[in-house]
Design a protein around this ligand. Structure first.
Ligand code: TXA
Ligand code: MG
Length: 353
């Protein structure tokens, strides 16, 4: 166990903020790990050019080593250092959505260690739009490798307490900037198209939606969850984000999604009658009238943003309760709902009724 330093970085004008940024940068430059907020979820940062620091990230999270990391940069100069080529689709995405909740896959530069890319010829690059993330990266003058700051297989953390719950004693420091804005991880887009093509593939849905990408890119494909490997096309790249094959975001009690409100009540009663303790996630509108000892509101069905922002907290909420199983309604599979449903399906391991 190591002593994890915890800093409050909610007020960017405070002396503690400045101290936290410089101490965090010092730890990162020394090869230690620092968790920090981004606008999506908290990241567990390490020096992205240091093989040993990257190995520490895998160890601290208990993450399989074939699941590559995203490199975080503060500006476009930072991107040029870690990729060998910026494709035309990537240029368009930079202009439209960066900094912001999106990650692009590009051919890697030679300086990027295998520990980051999992041996692929590509690298994942993200420029977060959060003052703490930006200030921390700028203070190190390094690309920062950062997966979500959770123990592997658990929901990503969206606040400082959750990071501490998972990683306290395993990492150098936590910069606690309060709750994150989006609450789900960035959209990942493969931008390694062949010359002259105007095509990208979404490997992981997120806040930057398919519709938004279609406004600037000719063809936007969605990677199937279980994609067959593509025929070798020169570049060794992943047909899907490698991490998508693992059971992710799993709450401790098995979760089942239910496609309509009446069916949810029926299934709830059936399980309770069978002697089960059942936890239910509910839209805010249904929460007051649903009688259960173990219930949690996931936000208004009118606001996908609110649902996304609180989703992982809702899943983790039940981990502290003596429930045998969980039920959750679905949201429409469109816009931000695509990302929410992607995470919910994974959390449910495909159980849906
Ligand atoms: O919002 C986010 O993206 C957060 C914050 C901290 O930036 N980070 C995050 O990292 O979600 P992580 O490690 O939990 O997820 C990264 C995903 C994994 O599914 C991984 O397989 C994929 O990115 N990935 C990384 N490098 C890749 C590559 N070269 N090709 C395809 N997928 C890649
Ligand atoms: Mg993750």
């Amino acid at each position: 166990m190591m002593n994890t330093e915890i800093y409050n970085v909610k007020d960017s004008g405070s002396p503690e903020y400045r101290r936290a940024i410089s101490r965090g940068a010092e730890l990162l430059k020394a090869g230690e790990l620092v968790a920090f907020p981004t606008e999506t979820v908290y990241g567990l940062g390490g020096n992205g050019l240091d093989e040993r620091a990257c190995r520490k990230i895998y160890e601290a999270k208990g993450r399989p080593s074939d699941n590559p990391l995203i490199l975080h940069v503060a500006d476009f100069a930072g991107i040029k250092n870690i990729v060998s080529r910026v494709t035309a689709t990537a240029e368009k995405i930079f202009a439209a959505f960066m900094p912001g909740p999106i990650t692009v896959i590009l051919p890697r530069a030679a300086c990027v260690p295998d520990a980051v890319t999992g041996g692929l010829d590509t690298v994942a690059v993200r420029m977060p739009d959060h003052p703490v993330a930006r200030d921390l990266i700028l203070a190190t003058d390094l690309p920062i490798a950062a997966p979500s700051a959770n123990i592997s297989g658990r929901p990503s953390p969206t606040n400082g307490e959750t990071v501490c719950h998972d990683l306290s004693g395993r990492i150098g420091a936590v910069l606690d900037g309060g709750s994150t804005d989006w609450g789900i991880e960035s959209t990942i887009v493969d931008c390694t198209e062949a010359d002259g093509e105007d095509t990208v593939t979404i490997l992981r849905p997120g806040a930057i939606t398919e519709e938004m990408l279609r406004e600037i890119i000719g063809t936007v494909k969605l990677a199937a969850v279980k994609n067959k490997p593509e025929p070798e096309a020169g570049l060794k790249r992943a047909p899907m984000a490698p991490g998508m094959k693992y059971t992710h975001y799993a709450p401790k009690a098995p979760l089942t999604l239910v496609t309509d409100g009446e069916a949810l009540r029926t299934e709830y009663r059936r399980r309770v009658a069978a002697g089960e303790q059942v936890g239910v996630l509910l839209f805010a509108e249904d929460y007051p009238d649903f009688e259960s000892d173990y219930k949690c509101s996931i936000g208004s069905r009118e606001s996908l943003r609110e649902i996304a922002a609180g989703l992982y907290d809702s899943l983790r909420f039940f981990d502290e309760l003596p429930v045998d199983s969980l039920l959750c309604p679905v949201v429409p599979d469109e816009g931000l709902g695509v990302a929410i449903m992607n995470r919910l399906r994974k959390a449910a391991g495909g159980r849906i009724i």
